[in-house]
Design a binder for this molecule. Structure first.
Ligand code: C5P
Length: 223
């Protein structure tokens, strides 16, 4: 496939969401937020009364997701529509992220979402954000980045995002959740989170978003 893809994988909270939006905007590329598809599967399951351990029913939910990513001004997160309803903020909650990581351990659920992700690869190019973009979904991507940061730094960043809107949130509680989610994402047998052999690893601990973007542009050969 000649359409270029830049894959950006890494643990939750490493800054992938912000950086991939900025990268896509700079390059005029499309953006795939693959995590949103797992979050939407978890949310749609809850809406339909499907239990998070009913694998067969979850596969049906994933295969029949009625989802649209509505364009917003470039560089802003797309509005996410589930069956015509705006769920942009609802899928960002900690609960939805944790539930997403539970459905994401199931290989048949992953299979049901695979082609939908590959369909995002359209000219002039794609920036793909996730856990297995470089290892499974786009193994032939010419540029692969693995963006990471220490768990403590990720908990601090998440805390700053949440503290004004979420009562009772603490860094310690967030750190525990982050470690539990890392553990689930890295130690599952289906597409575990790990850098592709040919990925360039960028550690964003202590870096500003502009510095991270700069390193990604260098990695992409676009600096
Ligand atoms: O990136 P985000 O936090 O939105 O992803 C939510 C969860 O979805 C992750 O913790 C992970 O378990 C799962 N996921 C995945 N593969 C991807 C993207 C997300 O397994 N490509």
């Amino acid at each position: 496939n000649p359409v270029p893809v830049i894959t950006v994988d890494g643990p939750g909270g490493a800054g992938k969401g912000t950086v991939t939006q900025m990268l896509a905007k700079r390059l005029g590329y499309h953006l795939l937020d693959s995590g949103a598809l797992y979050r939407l599967t978890a949310l749609a399951a809850a809406r339909q009364g499907v239990s998070l351990d009913d694998e067969a029913a979850l596969v049906q939910v994933a295969a029949s997701l009625d989802v649209a990513f509505e364009p917003t001004p470039p560089g802003e997160p797309a509005r996410v529509m589930l069956a015509g309803e705006d769920v942009t903020s609802e899928i960002r909650t900690e609960t939805c992220g944790n539930n997403a990581s539970k459905v994401a351990v199931m290989q048949p659920v992953r299979d049901a979402l695979l082609q939908r992700q590959r369909d995002f690869r359209e000219a002039p190019g794609l920036v793909a954000d996730g856990r297995d973009m470089g290892t499974v979904v786009f193994p032939d991507a010419p540029v692969k980045i693995f963006l990471t940061a220490s768990a403590e730094e990720r908990a601090r960043r998440r805390y700053l995002q949440l503290k004004d809107t979420t009562a009772g949130v603490t860094i310690d509680a967030l750190l525990k959740e982050i470690k539990a989610r890392d553990d689930r994402d890295m130690n599952r047998s289906a597409a575990p989170l790990k850098p592709a052999d040919d990925a360039q690893v960028i550690d964003s601990t202590g870096l500003s978003i502009e510095e991270v973007l700069g390193r990604c542009m260098v990695a992409a050969g676009q600096a």
